[in-house]
Design a protein around this ligand. Structure first.
Ligand code: FAD
Length: 361
């Protein structure tokens, strides 16, 4: 097997402190760390990074099984060291046989164009995107960051994020807005993927992009990430329109003997979509008909009959305040162990994505 190598120096007046912080942080995140503070290795997926203290610097060396793994580890190492350096410029410049050239597209980034536009329901628009080399998105992880060009472009290809000398993606000079969406369907051989957009108004970049999308429009995509729906015993799956793409994929992938409840809150009956859950997963649609987002979902979950004396789990994605209330409900009222539930904010009332805390699962 070939091994690709990247080497760099992080120049710092605080090499010992910085190195110790990084080492501790990696161990806290469950990565295997081996060696002393002055000379240690961290095992990454598909590679290993070594750190050696020198006078006024930390010598960095990464070995990885392919260019993607190398690039991922370079970004993690440089990103964390920069973060811990609190403003000190470390001057990390990677060299080596597999290092992505400065100025290239990030390894996890693909350029796509809109191929088809279709309305799934009155307020859910499906964009079929086409692009080269989409294989990395055909994964269990189903979420992506989309990079939306500024409206009113002249059709020319936008300036996309590029890799800096320290191996991190840079957005300087790009007029792009980043948002989080779910891949509803992917067909790598046909070079296409579908993303379903909730149309919630013309003033928000994600919704606006979908409302005005035409074949040929540019869209950058990076990822994938997150996307696990835990299945432990009897399962509650719930959410609003933004969670529908995940829920649809989760139901398609479920074993036929899965048991539980699916609760989906949508604006009105016309927003329901055909879904085929396994026979033991009871599906119930909740229609807001003007009530505030999350109210009906929270109420239905609070009134749910959980099976007695059986292992149970829950996954719900919805508006932020409802997600907070649900986390409390699952932990304190239902008594689910922390490992058995997720209640995730997919959007926050009155806040654009990134204006509050982002959640990536
Ligand atoms: C992991 C993950 C996966 C997601 N997958 C999808 C997906 O596949 N499809 C999808 O449509 N969304 C999805 N979302 C939700 C989406 O990222 C947010 O709705 C995002 O805010 C949309 O960006 P925007 O530019 O349209 O609005 P923003 O600029 O982020 O927000 C502007 C305003 O719009 C409001 N707003 C945002 N979303 C909604 C909404 N759904 N209904 C009403 N008001 C809203 C905000 O409160 C804010 O006031 C996902 C989110 C996460 C975290």
């Amino acid at each position: 097997m070939t091994t690709l190598i990247a080497e760099a120096q992080a120049r710092t007046a605080n090499a010992e402190t910085l190195s110790a912080k990084f080492r501790e942080h990696m161990a806290e995140h469950g990565l295997e760390v081996d060696g002393t503070d002055a000379d240690y290795r961290v095992a990454f997926p598909g590679g290993v990074a070594s750190f050696r203290l020198q006078a006024g610097a930390i010598a960095l060396r990464i070995e990885a099984i392919n260019a993607e793994r190398l690039a991922e580890a370079q970004g993690v190492v440089a990103g964390h060291l920069d973060g811990f350096a609190a403003g000190e410029s470390l001057g990390i410049v990677w060299t080596g046989d597999g290092v992505t050239a400065t100025g290239a597209l990030p390894h996890n980034f693909r350029v796509t164009r809109v191929k088809r536009v279709m309305d799934v329901t009155p307020h859910m628009r499906r964009l079929t995107l086409t692009g080269e080399d989409l294989g990395r998105f055909d994964a269990e992880a189903m979420h992506v960051k989309i990079f939306i060009p500024a409206p009113g472009g002249d059709g020319r290809e936008p300036v996309w994020p590029h890799v800096s000398a320290s191996g991190q993606p840079v957005l300087d000079g790009c007029s792009l807005t980043r948002r989080t969406y779910t891949i509803r369907r992917i067909d790598v051989a046909a070079k296409e993927m579908d993303i379903d957009f909730v149309l919630h108004g013309d003033a928000s970049p994600g919704s606006r992009f979908a409302m005005h999308a035409r074949p040929g429009d540019w869209l950058g995509i990076s990822g994938p990430g997150g996307g696990d729906v835990p299945l432990r015993g009897w399962t509650l799956i719930g959410g609003d329109e933004t969670a529908l793409p995940v829920i649809a994929r989760a139901l398609e992938a479920m074993p036929q003997d899965a048991r539980g409840q699916v609760l989906i809150e949508v604006a009105v009956a016309a927003e329901e979509q055909p879904l085929s859950p396994p026979p033991g997963m009871a599906l119930r649609w909740l229609h807001r008909n003007g009530t505030a987002p999350g109210v009906l979902l929270l109420e239905a979950i609070r009134n749910l009959n959980w099976p007695a004396g059986e292992e149970a789990s829950a996954w719900v994605a919805c508006e932020g305040a409802t997600a907070v209330a649900l986390r409390e409900h699952f932990a304190q009222v239902v008594g689910l162990p922390r490992s058995h539930f997720r209640a995730v904010a997919y959007w926050r009332q009155g806040l654009a994505e990134g204006a509050g805390k982002a959640e990536a699962a």
